[in-house]
Structures are given as C-alpha cells and as structure tokens.
Design a protein around this ligand. Structure first.
Ligand code: ZN
Length: 135
C-alpha cells in the first residue's frame, strides 16, 4: 500500500466499520466507492468538527473525497446534498472527455500534439465546449 492510499491502521479500521454499517456508499451523492483507499473514500463529519461535531462513529459518514470537499462545512443534509449534486451536474466534463479520449484509443497522458488534436475534436464536436487544456 502506498502512502497516498494509506489512512493508517486506525483510520482504515474506522472506514471498514463505517462501510459495514452504511455500505460502500457516499452519503452525499449516493454513488458507491471503488474502495476504501484514501483516493476513493474519505470520512466526513456529519456535524463538521469546526461546528462542534465529534469524532464519534455516530457523527461519521463515508464520502468520496471530492464530495466531502464540495460539501465543506454545510450543515443541513438537504443543502449539503444539493450542493454536491449541483457540483456534479456542472462539472462532469473532465472525466467525460477523458473517457471519450480513452474510448478513441488515446493514452491517458497525451503529448502536446495529441492534446491539440483532442481539443480540436472537442471543439468540432461541441462549439460550446468550455474546458481549457492549459494544464
Ligand atoms: Zn460522492
């Protein structure tokens, strides 16, 4: 296990307990998590720590790291889930476009020329494309 995937023995045991209790499901977006590894799964405080929430199991939920980040410190369940849903509705483009490129047989790491070609294809396919390829 790499460091990036490791929560430490205690952290991982806690995730396993939460998964056993709630399932491998993100409480913010209702989608399943690929694994309990840190890149796929984080522990969210139902009542944020910054607002006095505790580390007790009753206050913990499993989430995707991104959903957790998007939620921030929003307290209301409906508000938090609505914010995460809105985020995912507005920002699916990056993974969708990567998936499309993969389906076309392109490798994950594109050369500069491939990036330009992909950008051209995306622009051709969708004149309203807003994604930048500066990165
Ligand atoms: Zn999620």
């Amino acid at each position: 296990m790499t460091k990036a995937n490791n929560d430490g023995r205690k952290g991982h045991a806690r995730k396993r307990k939460l998964a056993a209790r709630d399932g491998m499901v993100c409480w913010l977006c209702d989608k399943t998590m690929a694994s309990l590894a840190k890149v796929h799964c984080s522990v969210d405080h139902f009542t944020p720590r910054s607002l006095g929430g505790s580390d007790a199991m009753a206050n913990l939920r499993l989430t995707h790291p991104l959903c957790n980040k998007v939620r921030g410190n929003i307290l209301g369940v409906d508000e938090a889930r609505a914010r995460v849903a809105a985020y995912h509705a507005l920002a699916p483009t990056r993974s969708a476009k990567r998936k499309k490129r993969r389906a076309m047989g392109q490798v994950h790491r594109l050369t500069f020329e491939q990036k330009l070609a992909a950008q051209k294809q995306d622009e051709d396919a969708d004149v309203f494309a807003t994604e930048r390829y500066a990165g």
